[in-house]
Design a protein around this ligand. Structure first.
Ligand code: GAR
Length: 214
């Protein structure tokens, strides 16, 4: 069982090197934060592959800069969500991926992927879940008039944005905030917590009830 851990306690516990596969639809700034954390010697991991679904996505440039192979799986070319997820699973396995990191992946995933990497898929969402699930989370927070929002890293389960929470960070909503400004402040926190969340999730997954690592 993974505990809810505040960012202040988010350290990088020692753990075996983790092989990651990142799924991204757009800019990929979270991919970059993870790759940078690895390069800086904080997160003990390797990104084996980036899978993206939108031709021209900026994440490809970032992947190239970090020498990570980027594979396009364009959802428009698949007959169903399940067919796309089967291709994703095949690509992840070809690259020996152990943990799947959804970093701005804007497609709903199916049990085909979730079962293939059971309890080993993480997602980041730009709100303090369970508030503001689904699309336009930052807009939803502004429309609701909340004074604090944030971001959440959680395990992926079939119900959207609903798996066990690994880490959250709170972000204040300021009077003059636009979606872009607030999104920028949330991004800063996302980049801070995602690498730690990966380490924490991995260590919990390999620790038995007596606290021993397998
Ligand atoms: C991030 O803010 C992430 O929380 C959000 O997409 C952005 C991707 O940014 N994800 C979702 O909304 C998922 N429902 P990035 O491409 O720069 O990492």
């Amino acid at each position: 069982m993974v505990a809810l851990i505040s960012p202040e306690h988010a350290k990088f516990p020692p753990h075996p090197r983790i092989k990651l596969g990142v799924m991204a639809s757009g800019s990929g700034s979270n991919f970059e934060a993870i790759a940078q954390s690895i390069q800086d010697g904080h997160l003990n991991a390797e990104v084996q592959v980036v899978i993206y679904n939108n031709p021209g996505a900026k994440v490809v440039d970032r992947a190239n800069r970090f020498d990570v192979p980027a594979v396009l799986l364009n959802h428009r070319e698949f007959a169903s969500r399940e067919d796309l997820d089967r291709a994703i699973v095949e690509t992840l396995k070809q690259h020996s991926v152990e943990w799947v990191i959804m970093a701005g992946w804007m497609r709903i995933v199916t049990p085909v992927l979730i079962e293939a990497f059971r309890d080993r898929i993480l997602n980041i969402h730009p709100s303090l879940l369970p508030s503001f699930k689904g699309n336009r989370a930052v807009e939803q927070a502004l429309e609701a008039g909340v004074k604090i929002t944030g971001c959440t890293v959680h395990l992926v389960v079939p119900e959207v944005d609903s798996g066990e929470i690994i880490i959250q960070a709170a972000v204040p909503v300021l009077v003059d905030d636009t979606v872009e400004i607030l999104q920028g402040r949330i991004h800063e926190q996302e980049h801070r917590i995602y690498p730690s969340a990966i380490a924490i999730a991995a260590i919990h997954a390999t620790t038995d009830d007596n606290g021993h690592q397998s």
